[in-house]
Write a protein that binds this ligand. Structure first.
Ligand code: SF4
Length: 352
């Protein structure tokens, strides 16, 4: 009998996703095939490339799992000078594969003027490159200033939909505050990305289903998820992934996420390569449609290790660009041209 799946997830509930998150054998193969078909139907075969520049590892927060948390003395702290960030943006544009630069950094308080100036420079000096920013919770007026300066998109993962677990892991903020930031971004008309970690200590498969539902509820333009990888330099260092004995769960999660969010941009995140040598390739065949190679200058990469085993630490931006093209060729998936904005724009306005 042919397997049935919740119809693109719009009205699916936790109980609809749980059997899929527990699928094995032929049912699991059918789930992966269905997720790949939904991805092909809604997003096409071409893969948008977003090049990540980790432009600062300075962070005021102390999230319990994070390798660049403020109190971790291991990384040497850096902030890339604006000239170097613009130079990285030029290099990305010159390579011609990525249509987006993703500026990723720690969360630091302030009025955001320096970042606004940087956004303006990139827009003026590297026209045509879309800009995604990811620097944590900020006041709405700061997000608004950044949007005016040229920010196209913003990534802010909520990490878990379990408010109590969120509070244990994030001393500086609550889940409600994080979700308010996401609503602010959406209200401002910024293409908004949420997402979560798979297998945080203390989560259950029900949490995972609720994470998927929260993504559906917020109807994110982009959704980034990836396995939790314990970092020995953090307070969670000795706590294994909740699915350490069942690594298929990482791919069940991405497949179910695709069924629930057919037209979201879903990247094959770097953390998949930390748990499987070809993890990102597998994710692209099981629901993901976006690839995000690292374009951070080589010497800085060792100081932006959110978790151990992060790939591409010894490479540089040109290596990563060549690698992603070879991987996509092997999968028979062309590189998407242009910025590949949200498949859901224009914004539908405030989430109530
Ligand atoms: S997860 Fe983000 S906000 Fe938290 S410590 Fe790491 S960089 Fe800072």
């Amino acid at each position: 009998m042919e397997k049935t799946f919740p119809q693109c997830g719009k009205h699916a509930a936790r109980g609809d996703w749980l059997p899929l998150l527990r699928a094995t054998g032929a049912d699991l193969a059918a789930l992966y095939a269905r997720a790949d078909a939904v991805r092909r139907e809604h997003c096409g075969n071409a893969v948008p490339i977003r090049a990540i520049v980790e432009f600062s590892n300075v962070c005021a927060n102390d999230c319990l799992y994070c390798g660049i948390r403020a109190s971790n003395p291991v990384p040497t702290r850096y902030r890339m000078p604006p000239d170097d960030v613009v130079s990285a943006a030029r290099q990305i544009a010159a390579q011609g594969t990525a249509g987006t630069i993703v500026l990723q950094g720690g969360e630091t308080p302030g009025d955001g003027d320096e970042i606004a100036a940087l956004l303006r420079r990139i827009k003026a000096e590297v026209p045509g490159l879309a800009i995604t920013l990811s620097v944590g919770n900020r006041p709405r007026d700061v997000y608004a200033r950044w949007k005016d300066a040229g920010m196209d998109r913003y990534l802010l993962r909520f990490e878990t939909s379990d408010a109590a677990l969120f509070a244990r892991l994030h001393p500086a903020c609550t889940l409600a505050e994080r979700l308010q930031c996401l609503r602010d971004l959406r209200d401002l008309g910024v293409q908004t990305g949420g997402g979560f970690m798979i297998g945080l200590p203390g989560e259950t498969v029900e949490t995972l289903a609720d994470n998927v539902l929260l993504c559906r509820e917020y109807d994110f333009d982009m959704i980034g998820i990836g396995p939790y990888v314990p970092n020995p330099d953090t307070p969670l260092g000795d706590q294994p992934n909740a699915y350490a004995g069942d690594p298929d769960m990482f791919f069940r999660a991405i497949a179910v996420l695709r069924l629930a969010n057919p037209d979201a941009h879903i990247p094959a995140t770097t953390a998949f390569d930390a748990v499987f040598p070809d993890g990102r390739d597998l994710a692209l065949q099981r629901g993901a449609n976006v690839f995000m190679p690292n374009a951070t200058p080589g010497p800085l990469r060792k100081n932006y290790q959110l978790y151990p085993g992060k790939p591409c630490i010894d490479e540089d931006a040109a290596d990563c660009s060549r690698c992603v093209q070879a991987r996509l060729r092997a999968l028979g998936r062309p590189v998407a041209q242009g910025p590949s904005h949200s498949l859901k724009r224009p914004s539908t306005g405030s989430i109530t």
